[in-house]
Design a protein around this ligand. Sequence first.
Ligand code: ZN
Length: 152
Amino acid sequence: MAKRNILKMGDPLLRKKSKVVENYDEKLHQLIDDMIETLHAVGGLGLAAPQVGVLKRVCIVEYDDKLYELVNPVLKKSSGKCVDNEGCLSVVGFRGLVERPEKIDVEYFDRNGKKCKQHAEGYFARVFLHEMDHLDGILFADKMVKKIIDDD
Ligand code: ZN
């Protein structure tokens, strides 16, 4: 495994639409393993492949000590609205308040191509949606209703 470099806002790769994964092969497993190592090294709730410069529809979420590996995730259903504080490993110096759905249902594939479903609510749902936005070149900064400048 290898830790990868995280791209920062301003890098054009973060603005591209990622491609659907076709092959659930060793290369995909390596990418996911590297993303996990990178996330654990820097700390955070999630990481998307474009953040490490790979334009594939892959993201990982770590929430309540459980790790989710999402390949080709699709939002199937959403309801409600809530505003909360978000940051991003690719955005330095500020966080923001972002409005997102309160409850979601997501379908995705695991690293071996097995179809999975996940219901999520509240901040857990927010992390999924934030990471999935990265796959379409969207950053929280595009959506925030209020910018919060970091103190440090
Ligand atoms: Zn992010």
